[in-house]
Design a protein around this ligand. Structure first.
Ligand SMILES: C[S@@+](CC[C@H](N)C(=O)[O-])C[C@H]1O[C@@H](n2cnc3c(N)ncnc32)[C@H](O)[C@@H]1O
Length: 232
């Protein structure tokens, strides 16, 4: 089963992206807030984007499709089926491979939030993604990035917790590509990347603290994470 998933899921995602990957999503609302690589951490008044099977096939009308997805996508480790089904039905999830860019018009977003996603991109794709964040934001718009904190990884290593450190920060998944960590950051390297792209006021923040809206719901990693906010 694992082997089938490893081959089948990336293939389905690849095809779907060619045929139905949406561009320039339109949003209503006073503030345009976008959660990039959202997983299942979605909110109804945000644009929620992910390249997961759930974002691709999740159905607001047909519960049986969600039942199948629940098993395939491995969400049972974190959510009951009722919770999973409710997330799909309450929110609009958009399927998009963010390595291709951000499907928004230039200067259209007030807020971009991305949690535990950047490390799933290789160094070059991450650079492209940060440039895309800059393009998609309105002037003075906020970008909040949450990633595993390399500093915390080395702290664990120094404490002799080598395996725990490797599993948490550098794991290469036995499922498929999108689950793998491909690069890691500390505050200095992330700040450098952001400033090189043109971002200003790069600040280290804390768990559920900062100027980005809804972080009391969106931030779910109290430990081992680096929280950074910046403006265009
Ligand atoms: C560790 S999860 C984080 C989910 C959520 N943001 C959170 O904080 O819990 C990483 C997410 O990134 C998504 N992802 C990985 N590569 C992607 C890509 N190229 N385009 C869009 N989403 C991607 C995965 O599908 C997954 O939902």
């Amino acid at each position: 089963m694992k082997r089938i998933k490893k081959i089948l899921i990336p293939f389905v995602v690849f095809l779907a992206d060619i045929f139905i990957g949406k561009r320039n999503l339109k949003a209503s609302g006073i503030k345009i807030k976008v959660n990039l690589g959202c997983g299942l951490r979605c909110l109804p008044d945000w644009i929620n984007i992910d390249a997961s099977l759930t974002a691709l096939f999740g159905s607001r009308r047909f519960g049986f499709i969600n039942k199948l997805l629940y098993r395939l996508a491995g969400s049972s480790a974190y959510y009951s089926f009722e919770e999973f089904d409710a997330i799909i039905k309450k929110n609009e999830l958009h399927f998009y491979d963010l390595r291709k860019g951000i499907p928004l018009l230039a200067g259209s977003a007030d807020v971009l939030y991305t949690s535990h996603f950047l490390e799933h991109l290789n160094k070059n794709d991450a650079k492209k993604f940060i440039k895309e964040c800059y393009r998609a934001l309105k002037p003075r718009g906020i970008l909040r990035i949450v990633v595993p904190d390399l500093e915390a990884a080395f702290k664990k290593y120094k404490e002799g917790k080598t395996e725990e450190m490797l599993d948490t920060f550098f794991y290469t998944s036995d499922t498929y590509d999108f689950h793998m960590h491909k690069y890691n950051y500390n505050f200095q390297t992330l700040k450098k990347l952001l400033e090189k792209t043109g971002f200003v006021q790069v600040k280290k923040q804390n768990y559920q603290k900062g100027e980005c809206p809804d972080i009391d719901f969106l931030d779910i990693y109290p430990n081992n994470s680096l929280y950074v906010e910046t403006r265009k």
